[in-house]
Ligand binder design. Structure first.
Ligand code: HEM
Length: 458
């Protein structure tokens, strides 16, 4: 006998519309996951939405023999900007496999390691800028790290120095913000209103992002190079399986998608700074490790593998920030079989075609897996303790074949930036009473989190 999936009471006709804040959907889902636990559902205008917020069910949904990525809602909306790119392609579209086989070789740990010095030097530039700000500065952690991320992404993947660290915010950052916020909100509004009232914003943001990408293509054409990077692959590689190359428009689609994906990294790092400030003993321990491993040398790629405690900080920040807040799964359709899909050994059942949204705020803090799930403890993310954790709580990069293609880039970037910041900078909360609040669209970042930065006291 299956148990009904818990659901908040709701109101007649409109259902659970008031349980979700369209301006901060993920905060509403976090709250619901705290109340209802491993699984819950809501009904909005007759449509059922199911959410999984527990580790065991998340692991079950990771079985690629039974489930696959669901391309729906906001992901379909953002196709207006990037069409059938990696992140947005439907299962049936051959373009996913073609682009994946063309891009993946440029994002292996080895390929990404060749870009280490570019990442580190961009981070050094940001720190050097901060050192000129004087003692009484206040900066937005996410604002500064968004700039660093765009600078590093553009340089490492596309070979162009944007020089955006010390400049007003690059238009690409607002383009990504506007397009992703619009993609999240459109499914909640009547189509006519989207078209009449909000179409202009979506169009303008798309134009900005595609102009950023076109300039990179033009720059490469005007400056031919032997450099092997993602842009080189996009523009000239052929899929080894089919011999197909990407069209000019697909090249732009993929160039735009990568910074949207990588903007999760600064969201993670900004939240990590908050966790560090709330846990000063972690900074002390990380500095002991950094002093022992790196000492007074400049950080190199070889050091990263020995920074196990810093890696614990990155992983614990991934767990508690849920910087990528979730992902969507659906049962793999079976010909003519419309019987319900059972979850949890029959404990729950969902319709054969029911999409499920995995809410990482619930999964990553599952109290059946973690003692003191809200505490920030890098030690549990190291060595045997980390290896022993169930697979369901390590889904911060998504799952299976649609797992994040930038995960090695993200690991290297997060490790490099955190190692440099912890080594060289003392942060202080601008408002000592600040408590973490998050919002976001395709990623979650701290709201109104300002810090003062100073060179590390000797
Ligand atoms: C901390 C950093 C990051 C996190 C937590 C993260 C998380 C994720 C997650 C959860 C997915 C799966 C989405 C889904 O199933 O719908 C995903 C996919 C993706 N990510 Fe990331 N990501 C990060 C950084 C990056 C970076 C640096 C890039 C680019 C260099 C990137 C590019 C992508 C792309 C293109 C996809 C779609 C892959 C596909 O479907 O084939 N991400 N990411």
């Amino acid at each position: 006998m299956s148990t009904p999936i818990p659901q908040p009471p709701g109101v007649p006709l409109l259902g659970n519309i008031f349980d979700i804040d369209p301006n901060n959907t993920w905060a509403s889902l976090k709250k619901l996951s705290e109340k209802y636990g491993e699984i819950f559902q809501i009904k909005v205008l007759g449509q059922t939405l199911v959410f999984v917020a527990g580790a065991a069910l998340a692991e079950e949904l990771s079985d690629e023999k039974r489930f696959r990525k669901f391309v729906g809602g906001p992901i379909v909306e953002i196709r207006y900007a990037v069409h059938d790119a990696l992140f947005t392609a439907y299962e049936r579209e051959a373009s996913w496999g073609i682009a994946h086989r063309i891009i993946a070789p440029e994002l292996t740990p080895r390929s990404v390691s060749e870009r280490f010095s570019e990442m580190r030097d961009a981070t050094n530039e940001l720190i050097a800028k901060w050192k000129t700000l004087g003692t009484n500065n206040t900066i937005s952690a996410i604002g500064e790290l968004n700039k660093l991320n765009l600078e590093a992404t553009t340089l490492t993947l596309y070979g162009k120095k944007l020089n955006c660290l010390d400049a007003p915010e690059h238009p690409m950052i607002k383009g990504m913000e506007d397009s992703t916020s619009e993609a999240m909100k459109r499914p909640t509004r009547p189509a006519l209103l989207n078209w009449l009232w909000y179409g202009g914003k979506f169009k303008a943001a798309t134009k900005t992002m595609r102009a950023y990408a076109s300039e990179l293509v033009q720059h490469r054409k005007a400056n031919p190079t032997e450099r092997r990077d993602v842009l080189a692959a996009l523009m000239s590689a052929q899929d080894p399986e089919t011999g197909t190359a990407l069209t000019d428009s697909q090249v732009i689609d993929e160039i735009v998608s990568m910074p949207i994906g990588s903007s999760t990294a600064p969201a993670l790092l900004a939240t990590s700074i908050h966790f560090l400030l709330k846990n000063p003993h972690v900074i002390v321990k990380a500095r002991e490790e950094l002093d022992a491993v790196v000492g007074s040398e400049e950080l190199t790629y070889a050091h990263l593998a020995d920074l196990k405690y810093v890696e614990g900080i990155v992983r614990e920040s991934l767990r508690l920030s849920f910087a990528a807040p979730g992902f969507n799964i659906e049962p793999i359709p079976k010909d003519d079989d419309k019987s319900p899909v059972l979850l949890g050994g029959g404990r729950y059942q969902i319709a054969h075609n029911q999409a499920v949204i995995v809410v990482l705020a619930g999964v990553n803090r599952d109290p059946t897996v973690f003692e003191e799930p809200l505490a920030f403890k890098p030690e549990r993310m190291m060595g045997g303790a980390f290896d022993g954790l169930p697979a369901g709580v390590k889904k911060w990069f998504g799952n299976g074949k649609r797992e994040c293609i930038g995960k090695h880039w993200a690991w290297q970037f997060n490790m490099t930036v955190l190692a440099k910041l912890i080594t060289e900078v003392d942060f202080e909360m601008a408002d000592p009473g600040y408590e973490l609040e998050q919002d976001g669209w395709f990623n979650l970042r701290p709201v109104d989190f300002y810090v003062k930065v100073k060179p590390r006291a000797s």
